[in-house]
Design a protein around this ligand. Sequence first.
Ligand code: FAD
Length: 337
Amino acid sequence: MPTVQFNNAAYEAEPSESVLDTLLRNGEEPNYSCRKGSCLNCMMRAPEGGVPSSAQAGLRDTLSVQGYFLSCLCVPESDISVVPAEDAALFQRAVILSRELLAPGICRVILEPATPLYYHAGQFLNLRRHDGLCRSYFLASVPNLDRYLEFHVKRMPGGQLSNWIFDDMKVGDSVDIQGPNGACFYLPGAPGQSLMLVGSGTGLAPLVAIARDALNDGHLGPVRLYHGSHTPVGLYLRDTLFDLAQAYPNFNYTGCLSGANPPLGYSHGRADDVALGEIKDLSGWRVYLCGNPPMVHGAKKRAFLAGADMQEIHANPFELKELRSEPGSGEHKTFAA
Ligand SMILES: Cc1cc2nc3c(=O)[nH]c(=O)nc-3n(C[C@H](O)[C@H](O)[C@H](O)COP(=O)(O)OP(=O)(O)OC[C@H]3O[C@@H](n4cnc5c(N)ncnc54)[C@H](O)[C@@H]3O)c2cc1C
């Protein structure tokens, strides 16, 4: 079996075991969160190489060539020496400019980075508190339209970082940010293409950004945004989205309520059910799905079966830190929208 060298120790990997799981099984405490290759919190570096390319999926080329990789995806084929990701290469400081409630349990956080951040609307950053606690959040801002970085954070019952953001984080405090990450963004070049955007809860954040970016870029095809929540208060930004629909005739917003007896003016059902019920043929469409992982994974399959090309489906599940499963068990918690 290959060994994983870390911190002057060599640990033997079990068959099919990831570098992250080998380190955790041996009592090391590397950073990690989702364990699925989505959040990039577990990034490490292999200075002498030997990383399978599948462990660099989603990393920017500048990071891949320096030997950065995702330890949760890296099943070593031979002995490998790994070190923690170097801070200065990955993180920069950002100051909290404001924090306000958008709805009960959902807040908007505005940050100013120490140096300009070049990103696409719809990408995500990792936010790290000074004690090292780190979680991923999508950008709700648009580089060409907004001066600062905006995030929408849902308070998770018992969640460490989200509760800190709601209760203890102060304007003027700073956090470290890493990114931008992810390939969920608007691609100019096909202005007539139809876009379907489906999100639950704070999955709305990147979708608003993508829609505003596309419309500002002169997108001419239909842009159909479906936002889902259990209750009406969860459909935050409703007025803003209706205003956007007034300003751009090709933009359409549908608020979807999955709870019983929705008031007039809302569609009844989960956002993905409403969207796929209304648009049955997705051939030629580009589809963006964000939020609750079971919804995102299920809708991805259904969008494909409805005719969307797999390359045109951008699926972004909000995976939570897996705290309950054993290393390598593959179980995960889901994000309740
Ligand atoms: C790419 C990506 C983008 C994301 N974007 C967003 C976004 O834009 N907005 C957003 O709101 N979220 C987003 N998320 C989710 C976000 O990263 C965090 O996972 C979320 O905010 C919860 O973090 P937390 O530290 O508050 O909760 P954690 O402390 O990580 O806890 C997660 C869950 O586990 C439970 N838990 C905690 N401790 C224990 C324990 N000892 N035993 C059992 N269960 C426990 C908590 O109650 C909570 O429900 C995104 C995730 C990913 C992967």
